[in-house]
Every structure is written in C-alpha cells, then in structure tokens.
Design a protein around this ligand. Structure first.
Ligand SMILES: NC(=O)c1ccc[n+]([C@@H]2O[C@H](COP(=O)([O-])OP(=O)(O)OC[C@H]3O[C@@H](n4cnc5c(N)ncnc54)[C@H](O)[C@@H]3O)[C@@H](O)[C@H]2O)c1
Length: 368
C-alpha cells in the first residue's frame, strides 16, 4: 500500500515535509503546486518531483491525498477544493481561521467519506508518548494543575515572509498555541472552559530576516500576548502563556502537577526532547524509548509528516487518524474561545469535545 500525495504550498516549511516524505513506505509525493510558480519549480527540481498547477494536481488520478501547506488564511479554501476533487486532506494547522469554517470542513469531509487530518503531529513524538504513558500508568497520580509557556520575541527575525503571522488567523495563539493545546489535550483530554487576557506589545514589526521583505515594517493586526487558564473536563487547571513580546525567560515549556508527583515535558513543537518526573524534592530524567525517523541529531528532531503517514494507514485500517479533525476542531474552538474570553472579560465554555487519540506505536511505521 502506498498513497500518492500532492503538496499545495511550497514555502518555508515545505522542504521539511518533502525531505521527511522520502523516508516512509506508505506515501509517495507525486507533485507540488504553488501560486508562486518559481517557488514550485525550485522545490520540484530540488526534490525530483513534478510541478503542477493546483488544478492539474487535483485532477491527477495517482494522487489520493493533498498535503495543504498554504498559510492559515488559505487553509479552508484549499482544503475545500481538495475535498471537492475527491482527495483526502492533511492540513497544516490551524484547520481554518474560524470555528464555523472548521466545522463546515469536518462535515463536508464526513459527507464525502474522505479523511481529513490536521497538524500538529508532534504529539506522536517519543517524548510526548512517554509522557502519555507516565500519566496513563498513574505514576504521578491524578493531574490537578499545570503551566505551559511559549514566549518569544516573534517571527520577523527568521521567517522570510512573516506578514501572515500578524494578521487575522495569526498571532501566537493561532500559530504556536496549537502545539501546546494539542499536546495537553492528548495528555489530559478535552477542555471545558477558558479565561484569558490579551495585549499587543507593538503596532508594527521590523522584518530583519533575510529576503525581499528585509527592512520592511509590517502591521500588527492581532494580539501578540495571551495569558490564560484552561480548565479541563478531567478537573485539571493549566495556566497558558503565549507571546511574541518576550525577549528572554526561564519558564518551562509544560509542567503538569499530579497528586503523586510532577512532570516536566519536552517542547511540544518538537518530536523529541526529555521528560522529567519530580518526586521527593528531586527531578529524574526518564529515558525516552522510540524510533528516530531521521532529521538532525540532538533534541531538535523533526518528523513532520508522521501524522499524514498515520492518516493513510488509518484510511487502510478504516479507523480515525490520530491527528484527528475532531481534536483539531476542538483546539480551534479553544483558540477562538480564548480570544472571546480576552475580549469579553468572562470565562467561555466550549461546545465541542474530542477523544484522546490512541497511543502511538512508532515500531509499526514502515520505512522505505
Ligand atoms: N515555517 C515554519 O517553520 C512552520 C512550521 C510549522 C508549521 N507551519 C505551518 O505551515 C503553513 C505554511 O507555512 P510556511 O511558513 O511554509 O508559509 P509560507 O508563506 O512560507 O508558504 C506558503 C506558500 O503557500 C502558497 N500559497 C498560498 N495560497 C495558496 C493557494 N491558494 N494555492 C497554492 N499555493 C498557495 C504561497 O505562495 C507560499 O509559497 C502554515 O500553516 C504554518 O502555520 C510552518
């Protein structure tokens, strides 16, 4: 079994996916497309795959799955036309830039009998699956609270085309919080309600990343800092800070506090990293088992596309993909609820729920 994949969007993150795709036996990237033809051509040459227009790519019989790597504002429209063309879709996060659009996509995929799965897939990484086992085994007791932080100066110093990060559908809440919310939902289950406050540290940003935008001021149209509390249905309450207004800090990515011990987790934007259990006044590193699929050495592992690989196996096995649209929609509602809570100054109760995805066994993934 090997599924033909067509990639729409050939920008900054595309090389990570295109490089990783070559590792896995269950998928084969057949073609790339981008509104920017020159970019599509250069990716096609670099990775030795066809370049098509979006329409050509959607019309191909040897492509069953579309990998949507466009910016967030284009996610819903690209996913919609791909579904209409009869393709399964794996989309970068977020599913859409608002809940209603996301819900419509989920319903449309279900109506058409097509699979729709959504990044991030970092929660499939060995360190996050280890944390899941520690919690499920009861090693730290019942999780009662936690703290999660993504705090940085912003994106304009490294991304060559950072305008979309500061427009509707951007900001650290849409861009980075999905890693944290997905990781937490995978560990703790669905969120019940949220409170939040937000602000924007600056009204414009100076692009210092190399490229055609370098030296240009770009407008900031969304909040760039949110301080929030998430109340999970399990009873756990977790502080969440996400910001692009912080130059330096010493806070952890995620800590969870259980009745019998504490857990310090790896960066949820990465697959690898270390997990520590804290008991009796000391932290102990727990050895991470699991497979490396490639990517650079060290803790900065990158297996982006594993969620898509799991999705095609799920199609063959007639089960839900682990990077499920239900979880993505729940996370999207959490994001929208955090925004609404910050604007309205009141707690917002979520209407959606989702199952925690089944634990992931990396030994079942077939390499080329
Ligand atoms: N850059 C990263 O490090 C990174 C990491 C993880 C996830 N992501 C996610 O990946 C997605 C893409 O990010 P990026 O950094 O590669 O963005 P990017 O702006 O560098 O690239 C997006 C590409 O999509 C193309 N595009 C836009 N609309 C299109 C359409 N309708 N049809 C065809 N092509 C279209 C653009 O021309 C552009 O080349 C985003 O959702 C982002 O959140 C990015």
């Amino acid at each position: 079994m090997s599924f033909g994949v067509g990639v729409i969007g050939c920008g900054n993150i595309a090389p990570n996916y295109l490089g990783n795709a070559k590792l896995f036996a269950d998928i084969e990237v057949k073609a790339v497309a981008d509104l920017n033809e020159a970019l599509a051509t250069s990716r096609s040459v670099e990775f030795g795959i066809d370049k098509n227009s979006v329409d050509q790519l959607l019309a191909r019989d040897d492509i069953e799955v579309i990998l949507n790597l466009t910016p967030p504002v284009a996610h819903a429209s690209v996913t919609r036309v791909a579904l209409a063309a009869g393709k399964h879709v794996y989309s970068e996060k977020p599913l859409a830039t608002n809940f209603q659009e996301g819900l419509a996509l989920k319903n449309e995929a279900e109506r058409l009998g097509l699979s729709l799965a959504v990044a991030p897939d970092t929660f499939l990484g060995a360190s996050h699956q280890l944390a899941r086992r520690i919690i499920d085994n009861g090693d730290v007791g019942r999780i009662v609270g936690g703290a999660a932080f993504f705090l940085s100066p912003g994106m304009e110093s490294w991304h060559p085309n950072p305008g979309f990060f500061f427009k509707a559908g951007g900001g650290p809440l849409f861009d980075m919080a999905p890693y944290y919310l997905t990781g937490l939902v995978n560990l703790l289950g669905p969120i019940e309600r949220v409170v939040s406050m937000s602000s924007a540290g600056r009204t414009t940003r100076l692009v210092t990343a190399e490229g055609p935008m370098s030296g240009k001021e770009i407008p900031v149209e969304v909040p760039t800092t949110f301080w929030s509390v998430l109340a999970f249905r399990s009873g756990a309450q977790v502080s969440l800070g996400v910001s692009w207004d912080v130059q330096m800090h010493t806070l952890p990515h995620i800590e969870l506090y259980g009745s019998e011990g504490s857990l310090r987790l790896a960066d949820p934007d990465q697959f690898g990293g270390t997990v520590h259990v804290g008991k009796h006044s000391s932290w102990q590193e727990i050895a991470t088992e699991g497979r490396r699929f490639g990517g650079p050495e060290g803790t900065w592992t990158d297996h982006r596309i594993l969620g898509l690989v799991d999705m095609v196996i799920a199609i063959a096995e007639k089960r839900e993909p682990r990077a499920s649209v239900d979880r993505a929609l729940h996370v999207l509602e959490a994001i929208e609820s955090l925004t609404a809570a910050a604007v309205g100054g009141k707690a917002v109760v979520l209407s959606t729920s989702c199952e925690r995805s089944a634990p992931f066994d990396s030994s079942l993934i077939r390499l080329r």
